[in-house]
Design a binder for this molecule. Structure first.
Ligand code: COA
Ligand code: AMP
Length: 634
């Protein structure tokens, strides 16, 4: 059993240079590497140093020249606008080349940053690939973030150009991007030289004279640009993700290692062949969207689906099944929360009968732990392997997965299976010693990290070292905790920091606390992620009012909720703030957030030995109960 997987896994760790050099043969290089694995080039291993390559060439041009010109590269399926549009590799290459011209016309040079703040429209993908074509560095910001979050990213990335759209379309409302963009630019210290704005028919916007240019006009006036080869180690993109403070971390991705790893993963993990349709139902604003809506499938010669809709409500819980059957999707990747949403509306899967899903081969889930119940339900409904796989924005591709393209391993419910070739995951104790099989520890990856994982943080090598490399020398600290069983199956159980996962979206409770603490009537607060049957986790905030504040509690609670939406964005899904008399603390004054979470989750609570006053625990429980927590629909 598992001989083939075992052999490949062992060779990836014993001889990583040979392993990844062989995988790199699948990529078109402008200049081959001097070294496959270079330990002297940065804080962690750099891959393919000396090589020159262009990511856009590998995603588009080489397929156009290699016989896939008329194959669909991208299918845009948008139930919110009633649109389905197909772009062949040739058409997509031509649009990208022209838009690269539009960026170059605005001064974008190799290494310059371009912020992309867009909804799920083909132009978002075109903008990303156009940056890659020029050797510029894109930084996509998820549309559900508010102006302040965008401003922080603008100040850190310092883009020459920002690409945006007039609006996004959520099922119940139009999200006006332009006012958010204007506010963000107003609040940021760095100012882009220009903004290219896609006017959407649903809700066009007014352009700011002298700064904004209409996308279509800019594209029409531009001459197509060729691919510019860059160093394999040059950055392809920066993707900001939640850290433990309000300041997000700018995860950097390189060009060469990323190409090799993603190409390898398409066949070996997901088991797809070039030419087949692969669908990641995520958003281009997240790492899943970067790796598996845009780069992975295109580089591998697959057709990718860009879906502007939801699993339910656009128009119903059969939406995913329709997309799979309409576009002949062979492998689907999404977050467990999407399946929980579908199951909640259509528990018996009655809508499935309307569609032909006979060619779907597998479902992959990530972004949060897949609860065994959801996994079993999905398997029963679809009749195909359902694979829980574990990864992070930082890693760029899966750390643990059942690698269907190598060999399907037996499933253990609750585990994303074993370390993927290239990844050597260990569970460590406080001293950095490996714990026994089955014992819980900090999950860490023995260095070197494989290609495709982050080489550093943008402008912040210090935080890169302190966040990931210092606690366990010789390892990358994932900030996830869990255990590894005697068969090498990894079980990822919780974060070791304040990150929570809300509907597959990564959020920092610390960042939410920073917003709440800035409210003039709040003396102190604690935000915790509590279990939610749809979104996995939801943030709730407990706040203590400043002494002397005699305002209506409900009013302050509503203001705090509004402030989080205004400062972080709707994506935080922060709807519950509750004024309490005091927070549980240790005698040294540390807030016992874990204890608050257990109370809110209605779990048994053992009174911590260090607590200052145990009576506060029943006060908190009573406040939550009076506020109707947990809500009956969660
Ligand atoms: N632009 C603007 N607003 C957005 C947005 C976007 N791109 N995406 C979400 N939002 C808003 C939503 O409209 C919602 O606003 P509301 O408070 O006014 O209702 C809020 O952000 C919270 O969104 P979300 O948590 O996604 O909830 P939802 O009710 O819209 O949808 C699910 C719930 C489960 C259907 C949805 O979260 C989902 O499909 N999740 C999959 C997650 C995913 O793709 N993760 C990526 C890793 S694989
Ligand atoms: P993100 O960077 O947004 O992809 O979030 C990464 C975090 O999501 C991880 O560190 C985990 O905490 C969690 N996560 C992602 N996938 C899984 C999974 N399959 N099982 C458990 N946790 C997961």
């Amino acid at each position: 059993m598992s001989r083939r997987f075992e052999e490949i896994y062992r060779s990836s760790l014993e001889a990583p240079e040979e392993f990844w050099a062989e995988a790199a043969e699948a990529i078109d290089w402008e200049r081959r590497w001097d070294r496959v694995l270079d330990d002297g080039a940065g804080p962690v291993t750099r891959w393919f140093t000396g090589a020159r390559v262009n990511t856009c060439h590998n995603a588009l041009d080489r397929h156009v020249d290699g016989g896939r010109a008329d194959q669909a590269a991208l299918v845009y399926d948008s139930p919110v606008t009633g649109t389905v549009e197909r772009f062949t590799f040739r058409e997509l290459r031509d649009r990208v080349a022209r838009f690269a011209g539009a960026l170059a016309d605005r001064g974008v040079q190799p290494g310059d940053r371009v912020v992309v703040y867009m909804p799920m429209v083909p132009e978002a993908v075109i903008a990303m690939l156009a940056c890659a074509r020029l050797g510029a560095v894109h930084s996509v910001v998820f549309g559900g973030f508010a102006a302040d979050e965008l401003a922080v990213r603008i100040d850190d990335a310092r883009p020459r150009v920002i690409v945006s759209a007039s609006c996004g379309i959520e099922p119940t409302r139009i999200v006006e991007y332009k006012p958010l963009l204007d506010r963000a630019i107003e609040r940021s210290t760095h100012r882009p030289e220009s903004c290219i704005i896609l006017q959407r028919e649903t809700h066009p916007c007014e352009l700011t004279p002298g700064r904004d240019v209409d996308w279509l006009e800019a594209e029409a006036a531009a001459a197509p640009r060729d691919c510019v080869p860059v160093a394999a180690t040059d950055p392809l993109y920066i993707l900001y993700t939640s850290g433990t403070t309000g300041r997000p971390k700018g995860v950097v991705r390189d060009n060469g290692g990323h190409l090799v790893a993603l190409h390898w993963s398409m066949r070996n993990i997901y088991g797809v062949e070039p030419g087949e349709t692969y669908w990641a139902a995520s958003d281009v604003g997240w790492v899943v969207g970067h790796s598996y809506i845009v780069y992975g499938p295109l580089v591998h010669g697959n057709t990718t689906v860009l879906y502007e809709g939801k699993p339910v409500g656009t128009p119903d819980a059969g939406a995913f099944w329709r997309v799979i059957s309409d576009h002949d999707v062979r492998v689907l990747f999404t977050a467990p929360t999407a399946f929980r949403a579908i199951r909640r509306v259509d528990p018996r899967g009655e809508l499935l009968a309307r569609y032909d899903l006979s060619r779907l081969r597998a479902l992959f889930l990530a972004g949060e732990r897949t609860d065994p119940d959801t996994l079993s339900w999905a398997q029963e409904m679809l009749g195909v392997p359902v694979v829980d796989h574990w990864w992070q924005t930082e890693t760029g591709w899966p750390i643990c997965s059942n690698c269907l393209g190598i060999e399907e391993l037996p499933v253990k419910l609750g585990s994303p299976s074993r370390s993927v070739p290239g990844w050597d995951v260990r569970a460590l104790d406080e001293e950095g010693q490996e714990v026994a099989p089955g014992a819980t520890g900090a999950l860490a990856v023995k260095l070197p990290l494989p290609p495709g994982s982050l080489p550093t943080l943008w402008n912040d090598e210090e935080t890169f070292r302190s966040s990931y490399l210092e606690r366990f020398p010789g390892y990358y600290e994932t900030a996830d905790a869990g255990f590894i069983d005697e068969d090498g199956y990894v079980f990822v159980m919780s974060r070791t920091d304040d990150i929570i996962n809300v509907a597959g979206h990564r959020l920092s409770t610390g960042a939410i606390e920073e917003v709440i603490a800035a409210h003039p009537d709040v003396a102190e607060c604690a935000v915790v992620g509590v279990a939610d049957s749809l979104k996995g986790q939801l943030p709730i905030g407990l706040l203590v009012l400043s002494s002397g504040c005699d305002r209506d509690r409900g009013e302050v609670e509503a203001e705090v909720v509004a402030a989080v939406r205004e400062k972080i964005g709707p994506v935080a899904a922060f709807k519950t703030a509750l004024v309490v008399e005091r927070l549980p603390k240790t005698r040294s004054g540390k807030i016992l957030r874990g204890t608050v979470r257990k109370i809110a989750d209605a779990k048994p609570v053992r009174t911590p030995a260090t607590i200052e006053d145990p009576a506060v625990l029943s006060e908190i429980a009573e406040s939550l109960r009076r506020a109707g927590w947990p809500p009956t629909n969660s």
